[in-house]
Design a protein around this ligand. Structure first.
Ligand code: ADP
Ligand code: MG
Length: 270
């Protein structure tokens, strides 16, 4: 299988001496879905920002298609051009990603930055407006959108750049069930169209639905295990130790008691 990323002993600290990501090594293959799973603060967003060249390793190295990713190479030149057009990043918080006056402007901004002719940029925006079912809000200013709409626009703004690799931080956050289902459909569709997808989540349910390969980060910001979803979801000890499942109090008529919450693997086929 073709390698997209090789991540080798990568560490990162925001504050000197305090690791946010600690000695992480793994590979990402072409056209796979890889879920980065970890509790709050485990280092998922940091890792994704390193993968898309917004942050750079303090120690270790990241290779994108065999080429070492460095800050210098991403400032200008051929590698910058190809990397920026091939790798798309959807932030955890859509607010920081959107800054144009209207939704439509937002969608053409990326392609124009990549020097794609205006006519094609507009055509791509039109297609993505349909795909994401946001044509009805095309002329709205971004501040007049709901959280779910904003997320869809943030995704759309990345899709108009037609990246090969989509890096998606917390795709489910802040969305209602219908919007979540829409995003899950979209993830499968993009993957089937050949995209490599790397996403971060703390939702076991999403991992269970996607049945992707899963990289689990622990609370020491290290890679605890990388394996197919079934192996991760069946490893209760791992899930408890990495704070991904916990004992919840709940009520049965007159008593309140606690046990591990197994909700994520419960579903019906009707
Ligand atoms: P996750 O996405 O898994 O919740 P993050 O990657 O956001 O985790 O954070 C990893 C660690 O880095 C946490 O301990 C967090 O407090 C710290 N951190 C994240 N962003 C910053 C920042 N901008 N400045 C300082 N520390 C940060
Ligand atoms: Mg995060």
């Amino acid at each position: 299988m073709d390698l997209v990323y090789h991540i080798e002993h990568v560490s990162y600290s925001y504050v000197k001496g305090v690791r946010a990501l600690n000695d992480v090594t793994f590979d990402v293959y072409q056209n796979e879905i890889l879920s980065i799973l970890g509790s709050n603060g485990s280092g998922k967003s940091t890792l994704l920002q390193l993968l898309c060249g917004l942050l750079f390793p303090e120690e270790g190295q990241i290779f994108y298609k065999d080429e070492l990713v460095t800050e210098k190479k991403l400032k200008s030149g051929k590698f910058q051009q190809s990397f920026r057009s091939e790798v798309g990043f959807i932030f955890q918080n859509s607010e920081v990603q959107l800054f144009c006056p209207t939704v439509f402007d937002e969608l053409v901004f990326g392609p124009l930055q990549l020097n794609i002719p205006e006519e094609e940029a507009i055509q791509r925006a039109e297609e993505v407006l349909q795909l994401m079912r946001i044509d009805n809000i095309r002329n709205r200013p971004v501040y007049m959108l709901s959280g779910g709409e904003r997320k869809k626009v943030a995704i759309a703004a990345v899709l108009t750049m037609n990246p090969q690799v989509i890096i998606f931080d917390e795709p489910m956050s802040g969305l209602d069930p219908k919007s979540r289902a829409f995003i899950i459909d979209l993830l499968f569709e993009l993957n089937q169209a050949g995209k490599t997808i790397i996403l971060a989540t703390h939702h076991l349910e999403l991992v269970s639905i996607l049945q992707s390969r899963v990289a689990v980060l622990n609370e020491k910001h290290k890679l605890e295990k990388i394996a197919p979803a079934v192996d991760i979801l069946n490893d209760t000890e791992l899930l408890v130790n990495t704070n991904l499942i916990s004992e919840y109090p709940h009520r049965h008529e007159h008593t309140i008691h606690k046990h591990l919450w197994p909700g994520y693997n419960f579903h019906r086929h009707e």
